[in-house]
Design a protein around this ligand. Structure first.
Ligand code: GLN
Length: 272
């Protein structure tokens, strides 16, 4: 009954604002919609950033499976579901804004988005511009090469042509590799394509998307030894300690209840 009323309200909102319709389509997957039902009957279009029971805007770059990627019209993945679960805990409506990875910190620090979830590694440079929540996932930068490559580990990358996604920690680390030539792409998948076409020798990228890309494309492998170990967290504006505390409390409750593990296990099988 409530759902029916809600969809009527949403339809009415669409008549008044095309923007509102667009944003609904961009919202997260199943649980994203669940989060939207909780408070949506109280909210307006949600153009602006948050308030109690308002809209929680997540900035991301949906080119990073299994953390965030497009599935039809929707943005789905671990981060999308974590954000939806946080929004639900806070009684807010989640809205996802897709943008270039290297725009996310600016969007968050400038108040265009409330939080950045993008498989984003905590690093000191970023900490100058945003605060990070407690971490929610362990990650690593790994090396993808062609199956027949002689590159066997990080030490063999010296002097090689390395593909990375622009502005990522992979980009930062590749830059430090001796005599390496770094090719920067807007999407991780574009770097993988370049590797398949022998335009580059290796791709340095986060471990989970690497697994996805290698599974989807013949003739590639991930080297056993990672380049670095890292941790993902949620970026929040420096002056928004209130949200930082709320997000940390919500994350703690998702960890305690097992919901976080449940989300991760839905996208990453444990035996890999
Ligand atoms: N973890 C990497 C970083 O934070 C890559 C993230 C991404 O490409 N979405 O830089």
């Amino acid at each position: 009954m409530k759902k029916k009323l809600l969809s009527l309200l949403l339809a009415a909102a669409c008549v008044f604002s095309m923007a509102a319709c667009g944003s609904e389509n961009e919202s997260a997957g199943d649980s994203g919609n669940a989060a939207q039902t909780s408070e949506a009957d109280e909210t307006e279009d949600g153009e602006e950033a948050s308030g109690e029971g308002g809209t929680l805007i997540m900035a991301t770059n949906a080119e990073f499976p299994p953390y965030e990627y497009h599935e039809g019209d929707e943005i789905v993945g671990i981060d999308a579901e974590i954000a939806a679960a946080i929004a639900e805990e806070l009684g807010m409506e989640l809205k996802i804004e897709d943008m270039a990875f290297d725009s996310i910190i600016t969007a968050v620090s400038g108040g265009k988005a409330d939080m950045g979830l993008a498989g984003m590694t905590v690093n000191p440079d970023r900490e100058k511009n945003v605060n990070f929540s407690d971490t929610y996932a362990a990650a690593a930068q790994v090396i993808i090469v062609k199956e027949d490559s002689e590159t066997a580990g990080p030490d063999d990358l010296a002097g090689k042509k390395i593909g990375v996604q622009l502005g990522t920690t992979g980009d930062i680390y590749a830059e430090d590799i001796e005599d390496a030539e770094v090719e920067r792409y807007n999407k991780g998948m574009e770097a993988v394509q370049a590797l398949l076409q022998d335009k580059i020798d290796a791709v340095v990228i986060d471990g989970e998307p690497a697994k996805v890309y290698v599974a989807e494309n013949e003739g590639l492998k991930v080297l056993d030894e990672p380049l670095t170990e890292e941790e993902y967290a949620i970026a929040i504006a420096k002056d928004n300690n209130d949200l930082l505390e709320k997000v940390n409390t919500a994350l703690a409750s998702l960890k305690d209840s097992g919901k976080l593990d449940e989300i991760v296990n839905k996208y990453i099988s444990a035996d890999e």
